[in-house]
Ligand binder design. Sequence first.
Ligand SMILES: *[C@@H]1O[C@H](CO)[C@@H](O)[C@H](O)[C@H]1NC(C)=O
Ligand SMILES: *[C@@H]1O[C@H](CO)[C@@H](O)[C@H](O)[C@H]1NC(C)=O
Ligand SMILES: *[C@@H]1O[C@H](CO)[C@@H](O)[C@H](O)[C@H]1NC(C)=O
Ligand SMILES: *[C@@H]1O[C@H](CO)[C@@H](O)[C@H](O)[C@H]1NC(C)=O
Ligand SMILES: *[C@@H]1O[C@H](CO)[C@@H](O)[C@H](O)[C@H]1NC(C)=O
Length: 349
Amino acid sequence: MFSLPLALVALSGAIASAQVTGTFPATPLASKTGFTYPSGIPEKVDTDTGLIRGTQLGYNLCNSTTEGPNSLCQTSFLNGVDDFCLWAPSKPNSTVADEEGEMVAWCTKPGRGTRLIPAGALQGVQYIKTPDYAQVVGFINQPLINLAADDFGGEMDPHGADLRGNPMGGIIFSTAFTGQFEQVIEWHNFMGGGAFCFKVCDPKGPHAADYCQHIYDRIGCAYNAPNNAQNGTFEACQGDNQDFPGVYTSNGQTITYTQPAESLGPITTIPFTARIPASSNCVSHSSAELFASLPTPSGAATTPTGSASVVVTTSNGSAAPANTSNDASILAISGVSILGVVFASLFLA
Ligand SMILES: *[C@@H]1O[C@H](CO)[C@@H](O)[C@H](O)[C@H]1NC(C)=O
Ligand SMILES: *[C@@H]1O[C@H](CO)[C@@H](O)[C@H](O)[C@H]1NC(C)=O
Ligand SMILES: *[C@@H]1O[C@H](CO)[C@@H](O)[C@H](O)[C@H]1NC(C)=O
Ligand SMILES: *[C@@H]1O[C@H](CO)[C@@H](O)[C@H](O)[C@H]1NC(C)=O
Ligand SMILES: *[C@@H]1O[C@H](CO)[C@@H](O)[C@H](O)[C@H]1NC(C)=O
């Protein structure tokens, strides 16, 4: 449990106060458990109305009617190196900061009612299964999934400052732990800087919320999903568990890092480097073999021009978006607009 003492909600436009009756849902997204795939999914997981961030953009009941480049499916999967989805915007040239609440599922496998990641967009992928979680980390041509080429991005997770999750109503299933589809409750997905990491934690694991911690949203994949993924390499591995994000050992002492508030400016130093756990039994694949059923990019999707994308590369060449936006301190309002109002609230997560 962490408390974010002060979250600023910056609003713009003309006031529509009659429509907004609150901030928090009756039930936080992370408490909406027990969905089963494929039957046992409601049309929308987030049915709240009148809340400050508006209503859920898409839907969770996804099928052959919804599948394709205009899908607004917000049911996602992480099953293996050839079978996962990433959260990305529904409209071209968007940023995580603007669209985190409205992200839709972009997947590598047809048949689930989602959008498909265009062929060639994935430039390297490492899937790792450990005792407590499964994770994909990789490199991606961002404009092909509607992310601005130079967006450093940020974090999606089922919490968020108002507990409705980012995206609102987004749910995840995985076969990684039982061989059957099961809903995973704790997960995080960082997108940005030409890279991504997406981790789902075993819902039966005692430390799911720790391995899939959601409070370190400004320090990217290198700290939340330390890895040795290589650009250009596609592989599936087994691995040991990471340390809990933000927790490290120094001079024999266990220390928990505190991420500074965004109001204090960019994070310039972090007093530790996250340990990359050992991996083993890696099996390499070709991109063509893994992603044979993906569509060629449409003309509408732009290829990146000379982008200013900067990625901190570890000595192992690991994916590590340099800096990210902070999903926890600014709530962008959609659906309603309120002019010149800035107010502060106490958010507990
Ligand atoms: C397909 O999904 C849409 C969107 O959730 C839903 O409205 C529709 O009822 C679904 N169709 C079937 C046959 O389940
Ligand atoms: C993306 O959006 C930015 C900011 O609005 C704009 O400057 C840029 O030209 C756009 N890029 C493309 C490829 O549309
Ligand atoms: C990954 O490799 C591709 C192809 O060489 C390159 O275009 C891209 O910039 C690389 N991504 C990163 C984040 O270095
Ligand atoms: C992110 O990093 C880039 C390149 O180092 C820098 O120009 C930009 O100001 C940083 N943004 C934030 C929010 O720290
Ligand atoms: C990453 O590189 C460091 C330094 O070169 C090395 O000690 C470490 O074992 C490497 N980690 C992996 C997982 O390859």
